[in-house]
Design a protein around this ligand. Structure first.
Ligand SMILES: O=C(O)c1ccc(O)c(O)c1
Ligand SMILES: [Mg+2]
Length: 628
């Protein structure tokens, strides 16, 4: 381990919701060692800076910086003199807070002079006054600064000023948002001039950089900016101060501060691990979904069992000590849990029939549990009877349990034999190869927590974001997949409460698995058998097939084979093909998909989602318009 891994962690109070004491408590509870006091949080706090200092001391938090000090440098008189007086007033506050560093961000005022020499002289004067009081100043180039918006310009000014109490503040957002990098930093800037480092990620968006920064920043790992290489460069330059998160995000400001602070702390652990320090146990090797588990009562189980039977599933086993059944077709395992006093029962009481767990096959469950603990994700162990296997699980951000099972393909004994009385049906061949993917509906404001969970803990990679029109609003969908494609988890979110996704989250079943796709090598054959058993398959309108013929030029024979079975079709540019069909929703909640991939097709038929969503709504009850 290098000393760098021990750089203290810090978070700006602006990242979190609540009053200043709420923010400080959340930061401390998540394990942060320091906080940036954002001036606005102090101004709106009904207490003295000395009280803030005491609260921080009691919570074990250092105040790493006081910020921001705006629109200071290169102003004409009389603003120049006034700004220096203003600085002295802030120094008084810093002494009361017990912090020695203030952040000056580059001037955004139209009146500021385009004069690096003047900027340097002003900052030198401020630093000199600060030094007399035992304080220091760091200068940050805002990406939208009037004349100074690149770190190299800020460094030029700091260098010209040549004062030991003046240094640089680097902020990953300001550099990376402009497409800039840190080339030359390690060569040109002495380590002792790197006073402070702020880390922020963001999605790539095409909008003005100020709005992007003020509303859409994310914690490292939640967005698309190369924050890890940025940090690596700063460390290479010899930076030895805190790693501090400064995230302006509308959703985070509105979310519970404890959850956001924990995600923040996780993101720094993940980022440190990205530096190659071995901070976390190695990523798991994933190999798909071993089972998905439903929380049910007896009536719902009988009903779901009947529906599954129409798709060719058989009851293949009963649990040795619990009221739990295994339903299976080929490689697809579904667990139907009606055990009272269990995690499943709790889920059923809250949400009605819903998916309560899924099991992911991994190479080493114990190592992944250790990784979860290092990332502060809650680990769960279900009660077990004599001789039964204890399967470790991790709680996803919505409470769904993610069981970790050893991959039988790597020689592990399948879990089923220890815990279930298996019937002969368990060994019958079937038409499903396994579980292709589990799509989850996520509440707005929770998406970024899920992103970090799947990315930092499991190493899943985010794919393209799709915006899918449901008849009653937009659904945003992004799949998280294992690098080798062995696990696929699309996440869907909708701001509208009237879309299928929105209704699922807000009124029907809560967040969680919203549909489950069963992999087959021959969707047409599966659909034919299912239709013969009166499976509740979703009808797709004729217009869809008209358009399909026009888009892909599929042959008339294929088109009529698809149409007749209400199969949807997609093709990627490499010629990979996806044929899929859906059931209607089970008790207005979860639905199933029959999915056939061929030719290396790796998507999810997103282009077909609008047709599917419209078809689901035709069959569904009318939705009352939103009130208010
Ligand atoms: O948005 C801003 O004004 C602002 C203020 C201080 C910072 O450190 C920053 O990165 C942005
Ligand atoms: Mg900043």
């Amino acid at each position: 381990m290098t000393p760098r891994e021990h750089l203290p962690t810090s978070i700006a109070t602006v990242c979190l919701s609540g009053t200043l004491p709420d923010k400080l408590e959340a930061a401390a509870a998540a394990g942060f060692e320091g906080v940036e006091i954002f001036e606005n949080d102090l101004l709106t706090f009904d207490g003295t800076p000395a009280e803030v200092r005491r609260m921080c001391e009691e919570l074990g938090l250092a105040i790493t910086i006081f910020q921001p000090f705006r629109d200071f440098e290169a102003m004409p008189e009389p603003q120049r003199a006034r700004n220096l007086d203003r600085a002295e007033r802030k120094f008084d506050i810093m002494l009361a807070l017990g912090t020695e560093l203030i952040l000056v961000c580059s001037n955004t005022q139209p009146a500021t002079l385009d004069d690096p020499a003047r900027a340097a002289a002003d900052l030198r004067e401020m630093a000199d006054r600060a030094a007399r009081r035992g304080l220091r100043v760091c200068y940050e180039a805002l990406a939208w600064g009037r004349h100074v918006n690149r770190w190299r310009q800020a460094w030029d000014i700091v260098q010209r000023a040549g004062h030991p109490a003046l240094g640089l503040c680097l902020d990953s957002f300001h550099t990376l948002s402009l497409g800039d990098d840190l080339a030359g930093l390690a060569e040109q800037v002495p380590a002792e001039k790197l006073f402070f480092l702020q880390l922020a990620d963001a999605p790539r968006l095409s909008m003005d950089v100020l709005s992007w920064s003020r509303h859409h920043r994310l914690f490292p790992g939640q967005g698309e900016l190369p924050v890890a290489p940025f940090l690596a460069e700063v460390l290479r330059a010899g930076y030895a101060g805190p790693l501090s998160l400064e995230i302006f995000n509308d959703e985070f400001r509105a979310a519970p501060s404890r959850r956001i602070a924990r995600d923040a702390r996780r993101s720094l652990t993940w980022l440190r691990d990205q530096m190659g320090g071995g901070v976390l146990p190695a990523l798991p090797r994933l190999s798909g979904l071993e089972f998905v588990e439903f929380a049910l009562d007896h009536a719902a189980r009988a009903e779901l069992g009947a529906m599954l039977s129409t798709l060719g599933f058989r009851r293949a086993g009963t649990h040795r000590s619990k009221d739990v059944e295994l339903w299976r077709n080929g490689g697809a395992n579904l667990v139907l849990n009606a055990e009272p006093d269990s995690a499943a029962a709790e889920r059923f009481e809250q949400l009605g029939p819903a998916v309560c767990a899924m099991a992911i096959r991994v190479d080493d469950p114990a190592r992944l549990v250790a990784r979860a603990q290092a990332l502060q994700y809650p680990v769960w162990r279900e009660r077990t009877g004599a001789g039964e296997r204890a399967i470790p699980a991790i709680r996803a951000p919505d409470g769904t349990l993610i069981y970790l099972v050893e991959d039988p393909a790597l020689g592990a004994r399948p879990i089923w034999e220890d815990d279930f009385h298996l019937s002969p049906a368990a060994l019958e061949p079937g038409h499903f190869l396994g579980l292709d993917h589990a799509a989850q509906a996520v509440a707005p404001g929770m998406m970024d927590s899920f992103v970090l969970f799947y990315r930092a803990l499991f190493g899943l990679v985010p794919e393209t974001l799709w915006e899918l029109p449901d008849p009653y609003g937009l659904v945003r969908s992004r799949a998280f997949v294992a690098p080798d494609g062995s696990l696929r988890l699309p996440l869907n979110v909708s701001e509208s409460t009237r879309t299928g996704t929105g209704r699922f989250v807000s009124s029907l079943a809560g967040a969680g698995v919203h549909h489950l796709a069963l992999a087959t090598g021959d969707a047409a054959a599966v659909v034919d058998q299912a239709a013969a058993r009166q499976a509740p398959l979703l009808d797709i309108p004729e217009n869809y097939y008209e358009d399909l013929g026009a888009r892909f030029g599929v042959t008339d024979a294929e088109l009529s084979a698809l149409r007749q079975r209400h199969l949807l079709y997609d093709r990627d540019p490499q010629g990979g093909v996806f044929r899929h069909a859906y059931t209607t929703a089970f008790r207005d909640g979860v639905f199933l998909e029959i999915a056939e991939r061929s030719g290396g097709y790796a998507g999810f038929g997103a282009a077909n989602a609008p047709a599917r969503m419209a078809a689901q709504r035709r069959g569904a009850r009318a939705v009352p318009p939103e009130i208010g």
